[in-house]
Every structure is written in C-alpha cells, then in structure tokens.
Design a protein around this ligand. Sequence first.
Ligand code: CMP
Length: 138
Amino acid sequence: MERTLSIIKPDGVSRGLIGEVIKRFEESGIKITAMKMTYLSKKKAEGFYAVHRGKPFFESLTDFIASGPITVMVLEGEDVIQHNRDLMGATNYKEAKPGTIRADFATDIEKNVVHGSDAPETAATEIAYFFSSLEIVG
Ligand code: CMP
C-alpha cells in the first residue's frame, strides 16, 4: 500500500470540479484517507513548491496556487503515486492522454486542475505539509 498527496487547485475548485475529480479517484479503486478544504498563503505556497524556486514560472505558480481555496487529499492504494499520475495526465494538458483529468479540464500548463506527488519521498513530505498522522484514517 502506498500513499500520495492530491491537490485540486484553485481553478478546479472554482469551476466546480471537486466531485468530478473525486469520482474518478473512487471509480478507479483509489481510497481517500484524508481530505480538507484549505488555503495556501503565498509563503506556504513557496514552501510547498520549493523545488521549483528559481524557475521562470515559480512566481506565477505560487501566486496561482495561493489565489483561492484548494482541496487536499491523501490517496491510498497499490502503486497509487503512478496510478494518480496516470489519471491526471501530463503536466502540460496539450500532451495529456485523452480521458485524463488534465486533458479533459485543464486550460493551460499552470491552471491544470490537479497536483499529485511524483515519488514516495515527495509524497511523504507533501502529505506532512498538510496533514498530521492523526488526520489520516485507515
Ligand atoms: P504541478 O504538478 O502542480 O507541479 C508544478 C506546477 O508548475 C505544474 O503542476 C504546473 O501547474 C506549473 N507550471 C507552470 N509552468 C510550468 C512549466 N513550464 N513546466 C512545468 N510546470 C509548470
């Protein structure tokens, strides 16, 4: 069993896509073991995306993720990090496979609806950024 962090970004929340994203997770057998609505301050956003500091899109990315409410979830399942990435599709929605969340709903490379951890180490760090172990069920 593996865990990963999923974020429905401000574009996904404001466009009413929370239910759609959760439906895709549940229908594909992924278990949601923690979930909440929250905001990231600009400072918290910079901490979350620290690996991207210095990249040309860092300012814009952290402004955007701090621009409105987000939904954060812990997902659990076998190989769930890759499974979630398969459901999301490529970061650039133009390269995402048809039927993926980003191919279906993203409007640009930044407003790409969802975020998912990319490896076990980042999953552990990202989950701890939002949830204490007591908030995760199962
Ligand atoms: P995410 O999976 O949340 O990780 C970093 C985010 O930076 C990415 O999704 C995109 O939303 C955003 N981003 C903006 N521009 C770029 C870019 N040129 N390359 C990669 N990610 C980008």
